[in-house]
Design a protein around this ligand. Sequence first.
Ligand code: SF4
Length: 349
Amino acid sequence: MRKESFPDLLFFMKFYEQLRDWYGANARKLPWREDCSAYKTVVSEFMLQQTQVDTVLGYFMRWIEKFPSFEVLAEATETEVVKMWEGLGYYSRARNLHALAKQVTLNGSFPQTAEGWLQFKGIGDYTAAAIGSIAFGDPVPVVDGNVIRVLARVTATDCVFKGNTEAAKYFKPKAYELLDTKDPGTHNQAMMELGAKVCTRYKPLCLFCPVQKHCLSWQKENPENFPKFVPRKTEQRSIERILWIDSHSEKILLFCAHENAKRLSSIYELPEKHSVSFAPETSCEKILEKRRGISNESIREIIYRVKGLDNASTLNPQNTWIPLQSLDQVTLSGPHRRWLKELGVIRYS
Ligand code: SF4
């Protein structure tokens, strides 16, 4: 791979200066940036893994109100923690954050460097660098998807990457070269903000970009060509599900994944159709069809209402009857809660 590097000291000085001035004037007011603390930074960085800022905002505010510190979070039950995360997805983040709070509380202190934060489960290079630099001023660059996009465009690198992990490895030395070591937290946040708000994936706002003069892809008039990735294949999958409500007991049958399951452990969803046994002549009516994307999968989910289930039985011990009036207390996956609202099963939020 050919390695591009930045030209000279003047380049860095101008780059920092213009980026910092732009960030000072344009930074979004986000609750974790105001009255910043190590705890708020850690919570926000866990939530922001795989999730957009706009989605995280409400969750963050509710979370801080209920769990204002590592100590309070450490004392909460796992059910309470996962319930507060309902709808954000990737629930292992909530469990890892809970385990981290317990460890920090037990230790009576927390690490002051990015390297120190790497010891915790659920914290990779990106999150450790964000926490270390923002909360403690550790001079380590953050290289997330937004920063990769900015760096790939500024340098107009022609390398083709298999994914973000490979690209992050490639751009990390460049990010180190460019880092403002006097204020790494602000620099990292400014780079991420630039990628999120100006150097967007499609139609970047180059005319308003503070580092436009330093950007090779802008000079070549082809920013959207960078970064270059090997095209990813999306797997297609279909799941048939069943809506079975027992009108006598006013209960709904839901599937709850085992606590050791890789995905959605202890989270409720509508059961799969093949997990219920009913007579072949029973009529099935398709009532909803949805698509959702998880990692590189596109999943089509079809929900059936089955009539005449008097002699039906459930074949999966993980299927459980839940009273309809308790649906707001159990943790449903975000899409399934939305779909049950759409079907009129849940009438309140
Ligand atoms: Fe991105 Fe355009 Fe700025 Fe280059 S000039 S960094 S492509 S927004």
